[in-house]
Design a protein around this ligand. Structure first.
Ligand code: PMP
Length: 427
């Protein structure tokens, strides 16, 4: 850790908190963030040359593992042909074909450069399409850092929200209604009170920013029905789950068709790509054909799109998710049985290559329940795993990711480390 410590000291002088995105700073778990020098397959190597089995995968994009040779080659060869044109390219069309071909609810799609941008643009589009202002979101879901989504619940369940960040004017938060995840009755009540003003309901179709919370069938079908009935746009934020939980995202698994979908992470294979798309009638409201403005100098960047296409080519091969899902389930089941043997209250779940682990006995269904897990135990477990060469997300509220590069031996080594780490988690 010597060099990470030294680099972190220096970084803090020049970069706020020493990091370019807050969760990287290890504030939740304590200690010094690890600075990485390289990654290969399932492994990352820090600045001191220590190797770790990585379950963060750059927070989701690296579903094939680090520096997959085909992705690296696609990037190198695209770069040789030019880094950016700011004009249409055949590769963007190919990406649009792959995305719309995989996700039937997406009749048209537009590329952007991050998940934040995808959701921000999709919300503007939903507002432009409906001519309404109100956005419904759910506590514990994260949709990027645009102003009107950095909002927590107001004083009552059906009152408008308050900003969670300084710098967000209260007026912007006042168009956002924050409800409880997995509470269909509350959604019914919100629509009966505000239905004619609601432009969109936005949700993570599996919530990965409060660790890992699945929607109930009743919840997700109620939202579909309410949006249809009241003429609101149902927006699935699949930035994390798209091409991560299955080839058609969470919507393919739950059998619900949203009006708009946002994508990011895996579709860029580790490069900056986001996308939003959905029903043609809605997408036709976008400039230059419609009145809703949206643009980007580097949107559809040829090098970034090449990385995404090379990644999706592998991800869409038959059997990919059977293998990935089995490896991920094996990891989670193994962790559960090690925790049981150590007498640690613990639960875990997974879908495709995404998983959640909780230091509480039962799987949570809402943000309030997630908050009841033992964060101190997680933090001790996190550091004990890190010492043993396993890199987990440095927060009890983040989902974990397994890649196609994680071998049986990696999973076995992780479970061996967990055996010792659970003993420390017990405190
Ligand atoms: N939506 C979801 C569901 C996400 O998980 C994230 C990022 N973790 C975002 C949006 C924002 O994406 P980005 O960080 O690429 O802006």
């Amino acid at each position: 850790m010597g060099r990470s410590n030294e680099l972190f000291e220096r970084s803090q002088q020049l970069i706020p908190g020493g990091v370019n995105s807050p969760v990287r700073a290890f504030r939740a778990v304590g200690g010094t963030p690890v600075f990485f020098r390289e990654g290969r397959g399932s492994r990352v190597v820090d600045e001191d040359g220590r190797e770790y089995i990585d379950y963060v995968g750059s927070w989701g994009p690296l579903i094939l593992g680090h520096a997959h040779p085909e992705v690296v080659e696609a990037v190198a060869s695209a770069a040789r042909q030019g880094l950016s044109f700011g004009a249409p390219t055949a590769r963007e069309l190919e990406m649009a074909e792959v995305l719309t071909g995989s996700m039937p609810s997406m009749e048209q799609v537009r590329l952007v450069s991050s998940g934040t941008e995808a959701v921000m643009s999709a919300i503007r589009l939903a507002r432009g399409y409906t001519g309404r202002a109100v956005i419904v979101k759910f506590e514990g879901c994260y949709h990027g850092h645009s102003d009107f989504l950095l909002v927590k619940a107001g004083s009552g369940a059906l009152t408008f929200g308050n900003p969670t960040s300084a710098g967000v004017p209260a007026e912007l938060a006042s168009h956002t209604l924050v409800l409880d995840y997995n509470d269909p009755q509350q959604a019914e009540d919100a629509f009966s009170r505000h239905g004619k003003d609601i432009a969109a309901v936005v949700l993570e179709a599996v919530a990965g920013n409060m660790n890992f919370v699945r929607p109930s069938d009743e919840f997700i079908h109620t939202l579909r029905r309410l949006c249809t009935k009241h003429g609101a746009v149902l927006l699935f934020d699949e930035v994390m789950t798209g091409f991560r939980v299955g080839p058609r995202g969470a919507q393919g698994i739950f059998g619900v068709s949203p009006d708009l979908t946002t994508l990011g992470k895996v579709i860029g294979g580790g490069m900056p790509v986001g996308a939003f798309g959905g029903r043609r009638e809605i997408m036709q409201k976008l400039a230059p054909v419609g009145p809703v403005y949206q643009a980007g100098t580097l949107s559809g960047n040829p090098v970034a799109v090449a990385a995404g296409l090379a990644t999706l080519r592998r991800v869409l091969e038959p059997g990919f998710f059977d293998r990935l899902g089995a490896a991920t389930a094996k990891l989670v089941q193994g962790l559960e049985s090690e925790a049981r043997a150590a007498g640690v209250p613990f639960s875990g779940a997974s879908l495709g290559g995404m998983f959640g682990i909780f230091f509480r006995k039962e799987l949570p269904a809402s943000f309030a329940q997630v908050m009841q897990s033992d964060r101190e135990a997680f933090n001790r477990f996190f550091h004990a795993m890190l010492e043993r060469g396993v890199y987990l997300a440095p927060s009890a509220f983040e989902a974990g990711f397994v890649s196609a590069a994680h071998s049986e031996a990696d999973i076995a080594a992780t479970l061996a480390a967990a055996r010792a780490a659970f003993a420390s988690a017990r405190g």
